[in-house]
Write a protein that binds this ligand. Structure first.
Ligand code: NDP
Length: 234
């Protein structure tokens, strides 16, 4: 029967791989999607994570179909890379509101049913940029660093209810997000990775599944890098 799992931004990239990984393990998986289509065999619920009402409706739908969410993966995220000197207010606020505001809205909505059940797993997707910094990504890095403070505070709030909150911090992973970076820059970035290559969405998904699973019951407030050594454990 498995658990009720919800992954935000599960129509493509890392979120899609995470959703499929849980589905393969036999869980009842739902994804939020703003555009595109959900993976086969997975319940798709439309939702923009910057909108509290849409988040609420998405959870209601998942609760009707699969029961209360037992595993939440806050994965939806965007970049709007620019040097700070030319960054507009909207470049900053949209990235921050999607990446941190989105994680806040979905975690808050997931919490009461998890607290009642005295059981839950929340996994938030950060980035190596949040810890190492990345030129052209002040907005994105700020949002990804904020996710860590958010997660660790929440981990302390809900630990007594048997809810764990952890962060997975990917490095350079082959998805649409990295494809948008010029090839020469991508090459340079890969060159800085001790393992000498970019990662796959599946490699991130396997770590997310582990930290949301029974073998990680005593892990909370952790930041787990999946970055080929780029951040050397941060
Ligand atoms: P993609 O750009 O491939 O996918 C992003 C996903 O987030 C899409 O499903 C997108 O939906 C969704 N999304 C974006 N904005 C919203 C919103 N407002 N409401 C709902 N969904 C939204 O990115 P990745 O798969 O590469 O990234 C996934 C996560 O991993 C992100 O948080 C990213 O920051 C993080 N990450 C990625 C790395 C990489 O190298 N790829 C490295 C480190 C972290 P839609 O299709 O509708 O746009």
């Amino acid at each position: 029967m498995g658990r009720s799992v919800l992954v935000t931004g599960g129509n493509r990239g890392i979120g899609r791989a995470i959703a499929l990984s849980f589905a393969e393990a036999g869980d009842r998986v739902a994804v939020t999607h703003r555009s595109g289509t959900p993976p086969q065999g997975v319940l798709g619920v439309p939702c923009d994570v910057t909108d509290t009402d849409q988040v609420d409706r998405a959870f209601q739908r998942v609760e009707e179909e699969h029961g209360p969410v037992e595993v939440l993966v806050a994965n939806a995220g965007i970049t709007r890379d620019k040097l700070l000197a030319v960054m507009r207010d909207d470049d900053f606020s949209s990235v921050y509101d999607t990446n941190v505001g989105g994680a806040f809205r979905v975690s808050r909505r997931a919490l009461y049913p998890m607290m009642r059940a005295r059981n839950g797993r929340i996994v938030l997707i950060s980035s190596v940029s949040g810890m190492l910094g990345s030129a052209g990504q002040t907005n994105y890095a700020a949002s990804k660093a904020a996710i860590i403070g958010f997660a660790r505070s929440l981990a302390r709030e809900v630990a007594s209810r048997n809810i764990t909150v952890n962060v997975v911090a990917p490095g350079i992973i082959d998805t649409d997000m990295t494809a948008a970076i010029p090839e020469s820059r991508q090459k340079e970035m890969r060159g800085a990775v001790p393992l000498g290559r970019s990662g796959t969405a599946d490699e991130v998904a396997r770590v997310v599944r582990f930290v949301a699973g029974p073998d990680a019951g005593y892990v909370t407030g952790a930041v787990i890098p999946v970055d080929g050594g780029l951040g050397m454990g941060h």
